[in-house]
Design a protein around this ligand. Structure first.
Ligand SMILES: [Zn+2]
Ligand SMILES: [Zn+2]
Length: 103
């Protein structure tokens, strides 16, 4: 289980399962949203993620819906379309980053 929060602490999240995959995402959507050449994306089942305090806002840079904190702007998760999975930039959820996919 992982507990994490945005930089200002207004939003707290609990993730109750291990990641399904950890991938380096080079898509143009993540590049623009995160201001980086690529993103270390830890992917979890959407129903394993619970917001325990605060109200994230939803925004989209290109097509991918993303949650952010309205106060400090911390990117929280991206919603992987056509699946019930969400991705987190790995620094938010901590732990090692080892590129893998187990479906
Ligand atoms: Zn915040
Ligand atoms: Zn991406």
């Amino acid at each position: 289980m992982v507990e994490t929060q945005c930089l200002c602490g207004e939003i707290s999240l609990v993730i109750s399962e291990e990641p399904l995959a950890q991938v380096y995402c080079h898509c143009s959507d993540c590049q623009i949203a995160q201001g980086a050449a690529y993103v270390l994306n830890s992917v979890y089942p959407a129903d394993a993620v619970k917001v325990v305090s605060g109200k994230p806002i939803t925004m989209a840079v290109k097509g991918t819906p993303r949650l952010r904190c309205a106060s400090c702007g911390t990117p929280l998760s991206s919603v992987l379309q056509f699946s019930a999975k969400v991705g987190f930039e790995n620094s938010l959820v901590g732990g090692p980053f080892i590129s893998f996919c187990r479906g």
